[in-house]
Design a protein around this ligand. Structure first.
Ligand code: GLA
Length: 328
């Protein structure tokens, strides 16, 4: 009996060892530009989930600038990675990232922000998964116009505040889509005002950009707010509150649906009406799965995959986030 138990323990240890060795067989990197943003935390969470389901390891590194990005690529290669998924801190780093990947014999898949080449065009030869940016922007515009219609505002007193970041094509497409849809639905083009954020899309940079705009247009009574992502719209909402604009006099609709959860949970409503929830699961899980299968079985991912979004508001976010696996 004793001997039998010993044999059994030996077998169990062997099984454990082989499963650990199996897990380490394939290693991928998952590099993101703004690890402090909830969106990217969730991409990492879903990447880990894929790693667990398929049995590969994910090395997660925050890459806020070019230097850290190139160092991270060397680092993951030294740690046994065979490929990586990346949301670059600057799309113009595309050619340098591809060169770094090649030098280290790593496969690369861009997520969220598509690489731009030296000629200023999208690097279409690099595999990419991102959102249908213009369409999602249009959904923001439609929601804003529908909400505006519910409040008897005199249209001549309304401004559309667009919190822009044109350095990043996926963001420019979003704010263009929102603007175009508002105009298509009857909003006067001359009342569209841009608040460009500097360097990074964060609540403080969006707040500053909106403050500058509000100083220039003190006579606007009611505001519609669209922006590149939740942080842009949250910054604008905070700026408006700071200027004493009443909650009911502004309507903000974000994009991501992940960084605005504390805002929607607030006991009293703010001007942040809702957000277009993107699929963090597809951006984190699916990209990692694609990378894993590419490495393991040579299955090349599609060159261009686009994901969609759905509106969440104070009334619906709890249920939808739960259904999407974002919250428990
Ligand atoms: C960009 C934004 C993120 C998020 C992703 C979605 O990277 O900076 O906040 O919206 O796109 O693809």
């Amino acid at each position: 009996m004793k001997r039998f138990r010993g044999l059994w323990h030996g077998l169990a240890a062997l099984m454990l060892f082989s499963s650990v060795a199996g897990a380490a067989d394939i290693v991928i990197g998952f590099l993101v530009k703004q690890p402090e943003e909830q969106w990217f935390q969730l991409e990492w969470k879903f990447a880990d989930m894929a790693g667990k389901d398929f049995g590969f390891e994910v090395i997660k590194i925050g890459v806020p600038d070019g230097e850290k990005t190139l160092a991270a690529i060397d680092n993951i290669a030294a740690n046994g990675a065979q490929g990586f998924v990346i949301c670059t801190p600057d799309v113009k780093l595309g050619p340098a990232i591809v060169a770094g990947a090649r030098a280290n014999n790593l496969k690369v898949l861009a997520v969220d922000d598509r690489f731009v080449g030296a000629d200023g065009k999208d690097m279409e030869s690099v595999h990419y998964l991102g959102i249908s940016a213009y369409k999602i922007g249009q959904e923001v515009g439609k929601t804003l116009m529908e909400q505006m219609a519910k409040r008897n505002w005199d249209i001549k007193d309304v401004g559309l505040c667009l919190v822009t970041f044109d350095e990043l094509p996926t963001i420019q497409d979003r704010t263009d889509g929102a603007r175009d849809m508002c105009i298509e639905m009857g909003f006067p083009e001359s009342q569209v005002y841009r608040a460009p954020v500097m360097q990074r899309m964060e609540i403080p940079t969006a707040l500053d950009a909106t403050n500058t705009l509000l100083t220039r247009y003190p006579n606007v009574k009611h505001w519609l707010i669209a922006g590149g992502n939740d942080s842009c719209v949250l910054g604008a909402v905070r700026a408006m509150e700071g200027r004493g604009i009443a909650v009911a006099d502004a309507i903000g609709v974000g994009i991501n649906g992940t960084d605005c959860v504390p805002e929607l949970e607030k006991a009293n409503p703010t001007s942040f009406y809702g957000s277009i929830l993107l699929s963090a699961r597809e951006h984190g899980y699916l990209t990692s799965e694609m990378m894993y299968k590419w490495i393991k079985d040579g299955v090349e991912p599609p060159l261009d995959t686009r994901t969609v979004g759905k509106l969440i508001t104070r009334d619906t976010f709890r249920r939808i986030l739960k259904d999407e696996g974002i919250t428990e």
